[in-house]
Ligand binder design. Sequence first.
Ligand code: ADP
Ligand code: MG
Length: 228
Amino acid sequence: MYDNLLQLINIHKSFPGVKALSGVNLTVRAGQVMALIGENGAGKSTLMKVLTGIYQKDEGEIIYLGNKVNFYGPKSSQEAGIGIVHQELNLIPQLSIAENIFLGREFTNKFGCIDWKKTYAQADKLLAELHLDYDSRRLISDLSIGEPQMVEIAKVLSFNSKVIIMDEPTDALTDTETVSLFKVINKLKKQKGGVVYISHRLKEIFEICDEVTVLRDGQFVGEKKLIN
Ligand SMILES: Nc1ncnc2c1ncn2[C@@H]1O[C@H](COP(=O)(O)OP(=O)(O)O)[C@@H](O)[C@H]1O
Ligand SMILES: [Mg+2]
């Protein structure tokens, strides 16, 4: 038996002219990776945006750590311990890796000024945990394909979230980066965190996920355990 960290129950969401979600359920259990699959347009990203407060649901319930909750923006869900790596990147190209990771929460010294040395050192440490040896002083615009996505992942990990959502995280990653990501996911599982893993890559799903939830055209098709 695994404890439920998070439950989305009977979620409905419409956009003008589109019923994006209709009666969708999703459960995230401690120490488990839940795959979320379905064709393009099935509603996967919308469901995760409803969860993290980017969109407001029309109907349904969100139970997080035993309490009914509703988030009114990504900041509030992040503060509650739900982190999301979006399908689209949210980094500022003109800023460094460290500035992006700690934007708005940089370390300060006793004079109240930003302690850049510490901010860069902490960012380097996070990158090292992901087996990345790039200098956190580098600008995002100077990174090559795959690297910004890893920075985005490092940023989400830096919040020590209880639940982490990864929306098609490996699309831009190299094989080596994917291996590093999977090591991190396994570590999160050992720490009893929960992960939602959105992907259309079945090989990856069988490798890293414990269960799967299937959506089709905004509808909940079912949930199943995976044997791996
Ligand atoms: N902001 C939006 N405004 C209008 N329609 C949207 C918006 N976001 C998503 N949709 C629609 O909702 C449906 C589900 O989209 P999405 O959640 O992105 O699917 P998936 O991530 O599974 O590919 C699609 O029909 C999409 O066009
Ligand atoms: Mg999507």
